[in-house]
Design a protein around this ligand. Structure first.
Ligand SMILES: NC(=O)c1ccc[n+]([C@@H]2O[C@H](COP(=O)([O-])OP(=O)(O)OC[C@H]3O[C@@H](n4cnc5c(N)ncnc54)[C@H](O)[C@@H]3O)[C@@H](O)[C@H]2O)c1
Length: 499
């Protein structure tokens, strides 16, 4: 393939044009009218200009790159291209009409590809007389930067085409994964389930927006908190993807959280309009450290496994004691429900659950019996321990595990269903979402048994089917399998079946 066409020169289309031209291909870009074409050109000039300023592209290379691009408002200019990538808005009717038209315009051997994030590639393919040569080619935003490309095949795709397109993606410097046509493919399907659950957690009042964001960023080590990411993606886009996912899966996990609908209706679409979950200017930060507001000198500790907390408190001049007698506050190092411990103590209003997450964050579970003053005092004590407090309700998994474990479970179910391999899922989440680890690398780091037990606790609390541990997880635990990402998908499954 030497000449490619791109239809729609918006955020994604302009980026995709740049990606092809950088790899030395000739590109014909098309949009609806001259104004849209001019916007597309301005985008390309800005983006490549920045690359020169940052030393990533020579000035001569930039001129050559731009010289390989022809932009036009005339679809007829796509007649001779070998491949067309469509990047018009995510509206099925628009895409269907466009593909019917491209089918008439493009030479019969041309491959027609859609950059859709969530619509059915099969439905789009069926609009053409060449459904066997229609695929999904899903780039991530910003296209010149993000390394992942999901190559989506349908039941109609001809043999060998996926390999050809994946090879082309490799020429573009991208890492392709080849998957079938399911709503959201790999990355969006897993990501949106997690983001939607964060919205439900907020609605249920389990923690505040900023505490959830901080927990996932500083505790779980993700590049952004879920509400920051939702604002970046666009709440309208997130809502639509959830709708499409739910339409296909009928899984409550994908049913858009009411708060998403409410914000979209209120036109709070996120960063692009200046206000979503966060206002444009506010950067979520932890409130400044303050000293405890109730006099705390003696801290009781019940439960085990938090020696470093005790050491930090001792170093800060507090008196820590085992148990609860005479303590001003009691830290219960225990999983939820912490109230089970609190009710057994003489002064349950002084008890707060503490759950360190990594070495930067401590989740603080405030029970229905904890007094507000004690909750505030423990939050301030946590800062004295050089940890960021995340105040949350006394619920299974608190914040981080309650959000991460179901996401890991979704990833397991995806592999279990035969849709994608362990390696492809890890690749998708790292290169498509910028996550530092893939879900199976995370699963290994937590320990399979820990995740299985955490999911059991979540399921027992919420009776949410998506929280029930995937049968594959149960079997991997029984089989004592670890190091999942380094095992071939088929072999791991086969190995487990044989045990
Ligand atoms: N924005 C993202 O983060 C992202 C990421 C991955 C995939 N996608 C997918 O990429 C596609 C495009 O999204 P976007 O964010 O770039 O949209 P966008 O609104 O920024 O750009 C769409 C472009 O298509 C043009 N257009 C509209 N109708 C057209 C037509 N009939 N013929 C030619 N051009 C037409 C518009 O003028 C505009 O320039 C969607 O399917 C979206 O789901 C978006």
């Amino acid at each position: 393939m030497e000449t490619v066409g791109v239809v729609g020169l918006g955020i994604m289309g302009a980026g995709i044009v740049e990606v092809f031209a950088r790899a030395g291909l000739r590109v014909v870009g098309v949009d609806v009218d001259e104004n849209a074409v001019a916007r597309g050109l301005a985008h390309l000039e800005r983006s490549t200009g920045r690359a020169v300023e940052r030393g990533r592209l020579g000035a001569d290379e930039r001129a050559e790159l731009l010289g390989r691009i022809t932009l036009s408002a005339d679809r007829g200019s796509l007649a001779e291209v070998d491949l067309v990538v469509e990047a018009v808005p995510e509206v099925m009717e628009l895409k269907r009409a466009l593909f019917a038209d491209l089918d008439r315009i493009c030479k019969p051997s041309a491959v027609l590809a859609t950059n859709t994030s969530s619509l059915s590639v099969t439905t789009i393919a069926a609009m053409t007389s060449r459904p066997s040569r229609v695929v999904g080619l899903h780039f991530f935003n910003p296209a010149p930067v993000m390394k992942l490309v999901e190559v989506v095949t349908t039941v109609l795709t001809e043999d060998g085409l996926a390999g050809e397109i994946a090879e082309l993606a490799g020429r573009l410097g991208k890492t392709p994964i080849v998957v079938g046509d399911r709503a959201g493919f790999v990355a969006n399907r897993l990501l949106l389930g997690y983001l939607n659950q964060a919205c439900r957690m907020l609605e249920a009042g389990i923690a505040t927006r900023d505490d959830i964001d901080v927990a996932m960023r500083e505790g779980a080590g993700l590049p952004m908190g879920p509400f920051q990411l939702l604002d970046l993606i666009g709440l309208d886009t997130a809502y639509e993807i959830c709708e499409v996912l739910f339409y296909e899966t009928k899984n409550h996990r994908h049913a858009p959280a009411p708060v998403l609908r409410e914000l979209v209706t209120a036109r709070r679409h996120g960063r692009k309009c200046g206000h979503g979950f966060h206002p444009r200017t506010a950067r979520p930060t932890a409130p400044p450290a303050t000293g405890p507001k109730v006099a705390v000198t003696t801290i009781g500790i019940v439960g085990t496994g938090a020696e470093h907390l005790r050491e930090r408190l001792d170093a800060a001049g507090f008196k820590t004691i085992d148990g609860h007698d005479d303590a001003d506050v009691v830290l219960a190092i225990a999983p939820a429900p912490v109230v089970e411990i609190a009710v057994g103590l003489p002064r349950p209003e002084r008890v707060v659950g503490v759950h360190p997450v990594g070495d930067k964050v401590a989740e603080l579970a405030v029970t229905v019996l904890t007094s507000p003053e004690i909750a505030t005092a423990v939050r301030d004590l946590t800062r004295v321990m050089a940890l960021t407090p995340v105040v949350c309700a006394d619920r299974a998994g608190f914040v981080v595990e309650a959000l991460l474990f179901p996401y890991l479970n979704d990833a397991l179910r995806m592999v279990e269903s035969g849709y994608a391999s362990f390696a492809d899922v890890d690749t998708a989440m790292k290169l498509g979402c910028g996550y530092p680890q893939g879900p199976f690398e995370m699963l290994d780091a937590f320990g399979l048994e820990t995740v299985r037990d955490g999911l059991r606790a979540l399921y027992a609390e919420y009776r949410e089917p998506a929280f029930a541990p995937a049968p594959l997880l149960e079997r991997l635990v029984v089989a004592g399998v670890t190091d999942i990402p380094n095992r071939a998908n088929a072999n791991t499954l086969k190995g487990v079946e044989e045990r």
